[in-house]
Design a protein around this ligand. Sequence first.
Ligand code: PLP
Length: 418
Amino acid sequence: MTLRKIIPAERTNKVTYAIRDIVVKAKKLEAEGKKILYLNIGDPPVYDFETPLHLRQSVAQKIIDSTAGSKKNVATYCDSMGIEVAREAIAWDARTNKKIKNITKDNVIISSGASEAITISIAALVNPGDNIMTPSPGYPLYNGQIPVYHGELNPYFLNEEKGWQIDFDELEKSVNERTKAIVVINPNNPTGANYTKESLQNIIKFARKHNLVILADEIYDKLLYDNQKHISIASLSDDVPVITFGGLSKNYIMPGWRVGWGIFHDPLSVMEDYREAINKLLRARLCSPHPQQHMIADALKGPQDHLEMISPKLHKRRDMTYTMLNDIPGISCVKPEGAFYAFPKIQLPEGVDDEEYVLNLLEETGVLVVFGKGFGEKPGTGHFRIVFLPDEETLEKSYNLIAEFTKQFYKKYNFTPK
Ligand SMILES: Cc1ncc(COP(=O)(O)O)c(C=O)c1O
């Protein structure tokens, strides 16, 4: 008897994640003996960035001390919202550093990476046909998850000419009566833009006018360049509800530990039902892993020396990325202000898109970057995302290879960039 194929749900058809999807191709080339230069994934400990030692030690000790039946047992399930001491530390950080008013541990949930808090927040909000406005370009998790819950995508385009800041005419063009939320990624992945206070105030005004929840992804809030300051959008709102997502992955160099959170700022208590829906989903999945939640207080309240140590390295790599890419004819790049990504624009011959350019680049040179289409860029434009975490030697080699490849690519198409 032959068995019929198991058919997956159609709702998964639109789930893509270019950052990892493209690695499949790179691994294949690597297996064939090609040397790959990985400039594709924002995973700092893959490169020469280390999780602070005191955090590794703190969790190691917690695990060693964990004994059955004791209060120190980290092998139990924990509260669905996360352990109290960690939620208190996140609330403290929100009030003290992020300047978000009146946050207590009860306004905080801990999740398996910020990704889980984001996914649950989307799941608890959209009915079929509702939409959430997402930045374009932006982090692909949002546009991947919204359709899973039968929500519609509603991108708003960021303005490259204005340093990738938000274009408010675009927002008004896109919003409609089924819009329930707006996502703001600040600092932005993939553009590296850090939003001005005026931009953030305008988003609040816009959200107020259209009765939207602001989903504020601030996972890179401690990684900024040129002495820029990060402003948390929730700190500017006295009425509009905001959920702020954060975590240890990037700021504390430990993405694999999967420690993230959501902070609910709701001055007029309009999110109570929504919060209960989120809590139900949190309870249904029991809890997120908690031995590592014990690191949160040590991370947020302990020494921050690692940030000072990594800052000169990141500055140097950001600067050489910006200079070397802008030196390549046909490529132009806005200077990143935060995070560790650059999103250069590439002029392309008619009929060629950035995916083709990036796949050709990978095959010819082994340099792995991610095509702009994977971040939902404005249709008809060409970009790619670079992660500038690798050491200077790797970056220099990669940018020289990109320069030579691009020259030959244009020659093949008989194309002259403007
Ligand atoms: C903007 C943004 N949000 C969220 C995440 C996911 O964070 P986490 O590792 O906490 O799930 C990433 C990871 O790259 C990101 O770039």
